[in-house]
Design a protein around this ligand. Structure first.
Ligand code: 4AD
Length: 430
């Protein structure tokens, strides 16, 4: 580890201080007998000036540098209002770690090309900003979960059954058996509440979904919570408090990263409890009043959700969905057996669903019936059904798609930009 400072640590009041920096060449131009380099590291950028009359050796070396070359430089800090960050370093020592003659990514690269060379695209400060925002959202989630008394658990990824429908399971050979990649940790979290009551996990979830939409990945990061003794209304409160804390804290810690992507912060600032709540019935009425062809009982797709989000300036809930369009584990509404005690949280500005949650069916017989109705075999869910035999309790939970949250917070046009190496039906490499 070298003893260096970060670009973003340099301030005009450090004038005259000697510093060492390490990073990559982001921009380069030559003016007379000086070479100007914008150096980039994980913190940001700073201008470095190599003047021939200060150090001819360093100046000559700097002249040769290509974009994205890795370097260590030493020099003296100087305040300069013309420099991009109000400060520059007048360098007299340079160590070129690796010179790059030609960096494959140029200004006019297409999106597809950027994804083809995603391993190099990660050099980009804009991509770094997205990853920082994602990390900070999770840091905030951890802060909130810790202070609210939730235990982190670590569920398996290799599983034997479907949570969200057999059609989107990734199948694999497990010695002489068949296994699947987990679609959701939910069923395992439900088991964990009997010892820990309030649990959460962050896992990759997999969906063999061929849908090429701007909000589907085949592998995404899933933040899931499950709690004993909570009903649907209790878990919705947890959802809005958690999401609000994640968003407000990230606004506080990562404002400039966020502002690189969106100037208008209104909907983010509006993400404070209570989030608006509308019933599925009301959602259908709104859609019909806007001329959308949808009948009660039909599922809302991305298009319908986008239209619905025009009514809101903050995240909001849609609750009380018809039973037949939702998963088998959701509890039937005792006041209307056509419905389940489920709620989705939708992000505004066209983004739509970021959370799916529900109260769980805690009655053994009802759950068996639902499994059969869905054309599945109760034998395949034996251990899960056991949870309803030995001290069953009312409980609820939800799953938040981290990339979808990031996409809304940064107004990205596709969730793939919110992931390090996106996995979609057509992309498994790099
Ligand atoms: O609504 P989903 O399918 O719900 C579940 O998986 C529940 N078992 C979660 C739970 O209750 N513990 O997925 C939850 C969230 C969605 O709202 C969405 O944000 C995200 O996961 N998600 C996806 N994100 C990206 N690509 C996909 N293909 C996704 N599928 C779901």
């Amino acid at each position: 580890m070298i003893d260096k400072v970060y670009c973003a640590d340099l301030r005009p009041d450090m004038e005259g201080k000697r510093v060492k920096l390490a990073g990559w060449v982001y921009r380069k131009r030559e003016v007379g007998k000086r070479v100007f380099i914008v150096l980039r590291d994980s913190s940001g950028i700073v201008q470095i000036v190599f003047a021939k009359d200060r150090s001819e050796e360093a100046y000559k070396a700097a002249k040769k540098l290509g974009i994205e070359s890795s370097v260590i430089i030493e020099g003296t800090v100087k305040a300069d209002p013309r420099a991009p960050t109000g400060v520059e370093v007048q360098a007299d020592v340079i160590e070129i770690i690796q010179n790059v003659d030609f960096f494959p990514i140029t200004k006019d690269a297409s999106e597809e090309f950027l994804l083809d060379v995603r391993h190099l695209h990660l050099h980009s400060p804009k991509v770094a900003s997205i990853m920082k925002v994602k990390a900070t959202l999770m840091q905030a989630a951890r802060e909130w979960l810790l202070q609210d008394g939730w235990y982190e658990v670590f569920p398996p990824i290799l599983v034997t059954g479907a949570v969200e429908g057999g059609a989107t399971l990734f199948k694999l050979k497990y010695f002489d058996k068949t296994a699947y990649l987990s679609q959701s940790a939910q069923l395992y979290l439900e088991a964990a509440i009997f010892g820990l009551e309030k649990v959460w996990s962050l896992t990759p979830s997999f969906r063999a979904e061929k849908s090429r939409t701007r909000r589907h990945l085949t592998e995404f990061w899933h933040l899931e919570l499950e709690a004993a003794w909570m009903d649907l209304w209790d878990i919705m409160k947890v959802e809005e408090e958690l999401v609000s804390y994640m968003v407000q804290r990230t606004l506080e810690l990562r404002r400039s990263d966020i502002e690189t992507f969106r100037k208008d912060l209104t909907t983010l600032k509006n993400a404070v409890p209570p989030f608006p709540r509308i019933s599925y019935d009301e959602a259908i009425d709104i859609l019909q009043s806007k001329g959308v062809q949808i009948e009660w009982g039909e599922d809302m797709g991305a298009d319908e959700e986008r239209i619905l989000t025009q009514e809101f300036e903050a995240p909001f809930f849609v609750y009380g969905y018809p039973k037949h369009i939702k998963a088998f584990y959701m509890k039937e509404d005792p006041e209307d057996p056509r419905k389940v005690l489920a709620a989705d949280m939708l992000a505004p500005e066209g983004y739509g669903e970021i959370i799916g949650g529900s109260q769980r069916e805690d009655d053994y017989d009802k759950l068996v019936e639902r499994i059969r109705e869905e054309g599945m075999k109760p034998e395949d869910y034996e251990w899960y059904l056991d949870l309803r035999k030995y001290g069953s309790v009312p409980h609820s939970g939800f799953g938040l798609g981290l990339e979808r949250l990031v996409a809304w917070v940064l107004k990205l046009d596709h969730v793939r930009w919110a992931t390090l190496f996106p996995r979609t039906p057509s992309r498994l490499y790099p």
